[in-house]
Design a protein around this ligand. Structure first.
Ligand SMILES: [Zn+2]
Length: 198
């Protein structure tokens, strides 16, 4: 199947499992690494080993961390009474890149899905309800994806928290820099619904 020695073939097989990399890109990546094994492959191997040994999920919010409780949860300056609920860590990082939210997070690790048999317990929703009950929380902001599963999950959480805390969700609509002519009907409809006074 391949001309590469067994060890290298094994590495290619592992790399090909990464998101966005198929066998062809994996072969190219591995050849690139081997050509730069001093500057890149060695340090990459060391870094992977280090993170593999320390990476874990924050016991409080589910964020990726190298300690039991993540830096955001430990930061007293971020105890603003707001919890922003996101589907995964990539979404948390996206929120952090925007640098506008100063509260804390709750990472679900996915969305509810009857098809894949993913229930509330699989997503840490009971833990979120527990946080609302025990932490000083004034608002839960649902920053879930505007997909069917994302919105189903948002409705479920809103129902569970009803009467316990104020629940809001991100507005849906016209993206910054977006032109109406290029938007689909669903986005225009959502933008019209979420209109506000100027
Ligand atoms: Zn945390």
């Amino acid at each position: 199947m391949s001309e590469a020695p067994k060890d290298i073939e094994h590495l290619i097989d592992l790399m090909a499992r990464l998101p966005g990399l198929g066998p062809r890109s994996a072969r190219r990546a591995v050849l690139h690494l081997i050509a730069r094994r001093g500057q890149l492959m060695g340090p990459l191997g060391d870094a992977m080993q280090a993170v593999a040994g320390t990476a874990r999920e924050c016991l409080n919010c589910g964020n990726i961390s190298t300690t039991d409780v993540c830096g955001i949860c430990e930061d007293d300056a971020r105890a603003q009474g707001q919890i922003c609920v996101v589907e995964d860590v990539a979404d948390l990082w996206a929120m952090e890149r925007a640098a506008v939210f100063k509260g804390r997070y709750h990472v679900l690790g996915g969305t509810l899905s009857a098809l894949d048999a993913i229930g509330p317990e699989d997503l840490g929703i009971p833990r979120l309800i527990d946080r609302v009950a025990t932490e000083d929380v004034s608002e839960v902001i649902l920053a879930l994806n505007a997909t069917v599963d994302g919105q189903t999950t948002a409705h479920y959480i809103a129902d569970e928290l009803e009467g316990k805390v104020s629940v809001t969700s991100l507005a849906q609509g016209v993206p910054v820099g977006g032109e109406l002519d290029y938007l689909d009907e669903g986005t225009i409809g959502a933008a019209l619904k979420a209109r506000r006074g100027v």
